[in-house]
Ligand binder design. Structure first.
Ligand code: SF4
Ligand code: MG
Length: 331
């Protein structure tokens, strides 16, 4: 059984001009210890999906349907009190701006011990402090940071503190939404490589969101590509790099300079995503898709899955070879 199973997730925002369907039927799974990336242009619903999973949606956003099962437990139907034991202990969150996660008037040590003591009240304050120090060392910060206030640390150091906090209670899943975006490139690389090392040592799974697709392809096991509130393709990083199937994924990959192999031209995808406050029909990518045909305007493409992943595009149709489902190019 997967650690996290998200099925047909829907999130809506009410606005004066109508209901904005930010996430519209998104499904994916994350296995134990797996690093799963969510990619797509800004506004495609990546962060909203992550927020819905860890119940951080704020009004006017609301969960409009679907299911989030964590280790077999449906989370969407739990009361806030029943969800409380999951927060930090089983599932933690690292957001882009460390300042939003840290209390500016509390020393780093007190913030770390707070997390430990509030969830494990039988821990002695002395043990909690020792644990806080080793957590800081784990993210390559000196134990001396324990006496500092957040404003006395650099952005990169603060983000390391937030990661230490997120790992303090040894969660099974860490949700990271653009965890290093505000930082310089070298600091980003150092932090992400530390996260991947710790993941190997500690075995937690990661839901990783970044707009840096090359980085995602480098560090994630599997990746889901979102477009206009929907999942259009999933697959291993290797699979997407070698043989992305969805025209949007192919375009997205061409928008970045390639990491390995021949240098590809950096080409953006012309056009922009549809307005999600008006009802959608057909394939949402069709106005930008070089392969669009009549059917793409009429019918939403079904999600087809095989051992390589999922793709939602009319270019493919189901075919059964032996007992295994395979895709054939439809045209
Ligand atoms: Fe392009 Fe049609 Fe596939 Fe959509 S369904 S990505 S428009 S070919
Ligand atoms: Mg975002």
């Amino acid at each position: 059984m997967s650690l996290l199973q998200v099925a047909q997730l829907k999130v809506e925002y009410a606005s004066p001009i109508g209901t904005f369907k930010a996430v519209d039927g998104v499904s994916f799974e994350i296995a134990r210890g797996e690093m799963f990336g969510l990619a797509g242009e800004s506004g495609c619903g990546k962060s909203t999906t992550a927020f819905a999973i860890c119940r951080l949606l704020q009004s006017p956003a609301r969960l409009a349907g679907g299911s989030v099962a964590f280790d077999g437990q449906e989370l969407t139907s739990l009361s806030d009190a029943a969800f409380q034991p999951y927060r930090w202990s089983r599932m933690s969150v690292v957001l882009q701006s460390a300042m939003n996660n840290l209390n500016p008037v509390m020393r780093i040590g007190a913030q770390l011990t707070d997390v430990i003591l509030s969830h494990e009240p039988r821990t002695s304050p002395k043990d909690a402090l020792e644990r806080a120090k080793s957590l800081l060392e784990m993210v390559e910060l000196s134990a001396a940071c324990i006496d500092r206030y957040p404003h006395e640390l650099s952005g990169g150091m603060r983000q390391r503190v937030v990661i230490a906090m997120a790992l303090a209670l040894k969660p099974d899943l860490v949700i990271m939404d653009e965890p290093t975006t505000a930082l310089d490139v070298l600091t980003q690389k150092a932090i992400v490589s530390r996260i991947t090392e710790l993941r190997r040592q500690m075995g937690f799974a990661v839901l990783f969101i970044t707009h840096d697709l090359p980085l995602m392809l480098e560090v994630c096991d599997r990746i889901g590509i979102m477009y206009a509130g929907q999942m259009v393709e999933t697959g291993s990083a290797e699979q997407l790099l070698r043989q992305a199937r969805h025209p949007y994924t192919q375009g997205l990959l061409r928008s970045f300079p390639s990491l390995r192999g021949p240098k590809l031209r950096i080409a953006g995808i012309p056009g922009s995503p549809p307005d999600l406050s008006v009802p959608q029909s057909g394939c949402r990518f069709r106005s930008r898709c070089p392969h669009a045909s009549e059917i793409c305007a009429i019918a939403a493409p079904p999600e087809l899955a095989d051992e390589r992943g999922m793709v939602a595009c009319h270019l493919y149709r189901e075919a059964v070879i032996g007992d295994e489902p395979h895709f054939a190019i439809a045209r």
